[in-house]
Design a protein around this ligand. Structure first.
Ligand SMILES: O=c1ccn([C@@H]2O[C@H](COP(=O)(O)O)[C@@H](O)[C@H]2O)c(=O)[nH]1
Length: 279
């Protein structure tokens, strides 16, 4: 079985370091001339898959924008995931789950068990019930070749108040998350399957990412203000592990398929110049 880390390393090698989100905001649906309903959602998601599924390494559906339409929206999420898997891109579901361990087990079965209709390559998870509470997710991911990206230093300005708080041993909360995920990846080659979310907006915070051994998902590029050049400041020597992530910056070019592809190609070139050059 190929692990998620190995799969990600291979597909990024083939397609380049880029993740594009599917975030069907009501404003984007309107700009694309689509209704703010399940039909609009379906056409939006299908267009992104058609445009980018065969060229972008990772596509990241944002679950919230599907869940807002209830069961039918989740049904479209299921079919979007299937289409993406057929297209060759890896699917990272941005769903930021976290709970007590026994409940996390059920979340893990929903997203990381191959028999589930919502089965994806990897999910995002929140560690604020303790990284240890996510253990069932790590276990199922390891069993089935899946991945988990744990929030460490998020791209939003409110995150620092919690994530930079000091624990009794003097490390920040974020550094304890970073260190626990680093241990999970120990010895994994060429890349571990347990990643972190570190926003491209956060600047140089002094956190030590040097031992993570897994992928570093970097949202916050484009619409939230960060540029590819900012990745240097945030990640320094860890740049080769960075997976830059854009949603609105690319999606705003739609609904024209050629324009979506051109937007993805443009941001990929910008990221390659920074991340690729660091490898
Ligand atoms: O720290 C984080 C974690 C996740 N996100 C998610 O990424 C996209 C960003 O969308 P843009 O349109 O590129 O701003 C969105 O789905 C967020 O929920 C994040 O922004 N920051």
């Amino acid at each position: 079985m190929e692990t998620f880390g190995a799969r990600l390393h291979r597909v990024v090698g083939e397609r380049g370091p880029l993740c594009v989100g599917i975030d069907p905001h009501p404003g984007l649906l309107a700009r694309w001339g689509l209704p703010d309903d399940v039909e609009g959602l379906d056409r939006f998601a299908r267009t992104v898959v058609d445009a980018l599924g065969d060229r972008v390494a990772v596509v990241k559906p944002q679950s919230a924008f599907f869940e807002r339409f209830g069961a039918r929206g989740v049904g479209i999420l299921e079919s979007t995931i299937r289409q993406l898997r057929d297209s060759g891109s890896l699917v990272l579901l941005d769903v930021k789950r976290g709970d007590i361990g026994s409940t996390v087990r059920a979340y893990a079965e929903a997203y990381l068990d191959p028999s589930s209709p919502l089965y994806v390559d990897a999910v995002t998870a929140s560690p604020y019930l303790g990284v240890g509470s996510l253990a069932p997710m790590f276990e199922l991911a390891a069993e089935h070749g899946g991945g988990v990206f744990v929030l460490a230093l998020t791209s939003n300005p409110e995150g620092a108040a919690v994530q930079h708080a000091r624990t009794p041993d003097g490390r920040t909360v974020a550094q304890t998350v970073i260190d626990e995920i680093s241990q999970l990846n120990a010895g994994a080659t060429p890349l571990g399957s347990f990643g972190l979310v570190v926003g491209a907006t956060i600047g140089d915070t002094g956190h030590d990412l040097s031992r993570v051994g897994g992928p570093l998902l970097a949202p916050g590029l484009g619409a939230q203000g960060a540029t590819a050049a900012d990745l240097r400041t945030v990640f320094g020597a860890s740049l080769p592990a960075v997976l830059p992530s854009y949603s609105r910056e690319v999606l705003g070019a739609g609904p024209d398929v050629a324009a979506l592809r051109a937007a993805a190609d443009r941001v990929l070139a910008e990221c390659r110049a920074v991340v690729g050059a660091a490898g």
